[in-house]
Ligand binder design. Structure first.
Ligand SMILES: *Cc1c(COP(=O)(O)O)cnc(C)c1O
Length: 415
């Protein structure tokens, strides 16, 4: 459920007319709904009410400070993958004790910053990383809480680019090596093993792969106990999918029930790292039609948003539902919705049936709240879009549209 609805043939974001927002803030424009973000966070978090747990929002999917602040107010922690995300999470006022640090390539400086902040744990992904964590913690004369990211070799049955828990993927440590690494970690003076972690992929539409992964983590958990290593946290990562088109992912409550049942009787705190399921359907991208172009073989709708604004269609062949912001009731035709960028891969949709639209009219691209703006670039020297957060009838600009000066600001150096 989200709060982007057509009322009397006009699209609203909560109580704000999308048309008005586009006039006021320009296009392309990202619009997020505060009520939707809250609702999704609460639906997810409350699904685990029967368990000791911590919900760490995956900052990489939508890193805007105002979005992070809103989620912090709801009680969220953060799952970060870089020093930059740590900086954002702290700037948003997140409690360091609710921050977990994931990623295969953590650097010494990033580890230092996270140790200084006093985060809850580092999700370690390799032996050399374990040693870097040890030496960095020793230099700082502290102990680094660590969890080991396991690669459970489970097929998440999702797009290959967002599958992360298969043996051939770069992430985590195999089950066979995990025990050995935990023993090494236990014997290092400046790290303390506190958890087991995994993240098998993104946009999963079934519960089964999560349960398979959990089963492997539980096996490892008992092996660790037998070896005298007791960990307190079990982190199952993120990955719960959303409806872009026809997908029917499990509701978070169903997900919560299944995990709660599977964890009965274990004295563990469960950590979850949801991203997309919180933010994905809490945001739209609004774009203005520039031209309706009739080519010999195809019709193109050329719009002012492009792959630099929303790369998911180009990168994953992702489907984003679209609709007119003010439906005119014209007949549908099949079009490619494309942006102004000089790449054939620059499309938002291909062979999409859409009502015929004219230059100047607005199109809404749904499910753009996660991995939308977060993956935006300035390719073709395009200024990145503005972001607006709507709360009831109140829109708030939460990121200004970039200017030409912004494009060159870091290059304006006296040589
Ligand atoms: C990307 C990522 C997530 C979030 O994934 P979603 O599919 O957006 O829920 C969580 N944890 C890790 C380690 C990730 O890399």
């Amino acid at each position: 459920m989200h709060h982007f609805q057509l009322i009397n043939k006009e699209l609203y974001a909560e109580e704000c007319k999308v048309q008005d927002l586009a006039e006021e803030f320009g296009t392309p424009l990202y619009i997020y709904s505060a009520a939707t973000l809250k609702r999704h966070y609460q639906a997810f978090d409350s699904a685990f009410h029967g368990l000791s747990h911590l919900t760490c929002f995956s900052v990489k999917c939508n890193a805007n400070l105002s979005v992070l602040r809103l989620l912090k107010e709801q009680g969220a922690g953060a799952d970060i993958v870089s020093g930059g995300e740590l900086y954002r999470a702290l700037r948003a006022g997140m409690d360091p004790r609710k921050i977990v640090f994931s990623g295969v390539g953590k650097q010494r400086q990033e580890i230092r910053e996270a140790l200084e902040a006093g985060i809850l744990m580092f999700n370690v992904e390799s032996l050399p990383e374990l040693h870097l964590l040890q030496t960095t913690a020793r230099e700082m004369n502290c102990t680094a809480p660590m969890s080991l990211r396991i690669n459970p070799d489970v097929d998440p049955r999702t797009h290959p680019y967002i599958s992360t828990g298969l043996k051939k993927n770069k992430f985590g440590i195999s089950m066979d090596l995990a025990l050995e690494l935990f023993i090494q970690a236990r014997d290092l003076p400046n790290v303390e093993p506190v958890g087991i972690d995994c993240h098998i992929g993104s946009q999963l539409t079934e519960i089964e792969p999560f349960l398979e992964a959990l089963d492997r983590l539980k096996t490892l958990y008992s092996r660790l106990r037998d070896a005298g290593i007791s960990v307190q946290y079990l982190d199952l990562g993120g990955g719960l999918g959303i409806t872009y088109a026809e997908e029917e992912p499990p509701h978070p409550s169903e997900f919560g029930r299944a995990l709660t049942q599977a964890l009965q009787g274990l004295e563990l705190t469960l950590i979850l790292e949801p991203g997309r399921v919180i933010a994905g359907n809490a945001g739209i991208l609004v774009t203005r039609t520039l031209f309706a172009k009739e080519a010999e073989l195809k019709r193109f709708l050329v719009v002012d948003a492009a792959m630099n604004d929303l790369i998911r269609p180009a990168l994953y062949k992702a489907h984003h539902r679209m609709s007119e912001v003010a439906p005119q009731g014209r007949p549908e035709s099949v079009v490619d919705v494309v942006g102004p960028i000089c790449e054939t891969g620059d499309f938002l949709a291909r062979d999409r049936a859409l009502p015929e639209m004219q230059a100047g009219e607005l199109l809404a691209v749904f499910s753009a709240g996660a991995y939308g703006f977060a993956m935006a670039s300035q390719y073709n020297s395009r200024c990145r879009a503005a972001e607006v957060l709507v709360d009831g009838d109140r829109p708030r600009l939460i990121r200004k549209r970039e200017t030409y000066q912004d494009l060159v600001a870091l290059e304006d150096i006296e040589n």
